[in-house]
Design a binder for this molecule. Structure first.
Ligand SMILES: N[C@@H](CCC(=O)N[C@@H](CS)C(=O)NCC(=O)O)C(=O)O
Length: 199
């Protein structure tokens, strides 16, 4: 999203979720995203963004080191839990999962969250958990998050929420939906375009 917003050229490579060798060889950990650039290899989204945003357009550095950002991260983590429980049972059927990667992902995530088929049965619990968090975000849209200009927090929010579009039983409020669509356009972001562009 940051690369798209900053209009920087890049080549995206999707690794199957069960590919441990590639990320571990590149960075020593099984974690994405990874940026491979002319001076080396880097992970951690915010470190990547700070590196590529040479003109500091997204103001990441100032924001990330503030107490305010630490509070914001807590909210993101609170959002992550219900989003993952709602979306994981559906994500595994998207094109980024090979059959083996699906099995690997499901086994790993079910050991923490319980069987996906049970998560689907208790969707209402996760929706309830999400509702107050999203309504707080909604109140702060001006029209971007606590700001009239686009920034790193909008990228973080959209990156956390986007995957929920895959859940048939979930619907964003009109305001959050409109916000996410605006962010999508600004970031030239297209979910799973790596797959549909190839055909
Ligand atoms: N703090 C990291 C978090 C990255 C992260 O959680 N990546 C997930 C995929 S979105 C991952 O690779 N997890 C390892 C795994 O589930 O095996 C960042 O912002 O880059």
């Amino acid at each position: 999203m940051a690369l798209g917003y900053l209009n920087l050229p890049y080549h995206s490579v999707v690794l199957p979720y069960d590919d441990e060798a590639t990320p571990i060889t590149l960075t020593g950990k099984k974690m994405l995203p990874i940026l491979v650039h002319d001076k080396g290899v880097l992970n951690e989204s915010l470190d990547i963004i700070q590196l590529v945003d040479e003109k500091n357009i997204l103001k990441t550095h100032e924001i990330v080191n503030s107490q305010d950002y630490k509070n914001f991260e807590l909210v993101l983590n609170q959002i992550g839990n219900p989003v993952h429980s709602l979306a994981m049972p559906y994500w595994i059927y998207t094109p980024e999962f090979t059959p083996q990667a699906r099995k690997y992902f499901q086994a790993k995530k079910e050991s923490k969250r319980g069987p996906f088929k049970d998560l689907v049965k208790i969707q209402s619990t996760f929706k309830q958990e999400l509702e107050p968090l999203l309504s707080e975000i909604e109140k702060r849209l001006a029209p971007f998050y606590e700001s009239n200009t686009f920034g790193i927090k909008d990228i973080m929010i959209a990156a956390h929420l986007w995957g929920l579009y895959i859940v048939p039983e979930y619907q964003f409020s009109p305001k959050i939906h409109e916000y996410l669509q605006r962010v999508k356009v600004l970031c030239q972001f297209n979910y799973h375009e790596d797959f549909w562009r190839k055909e």
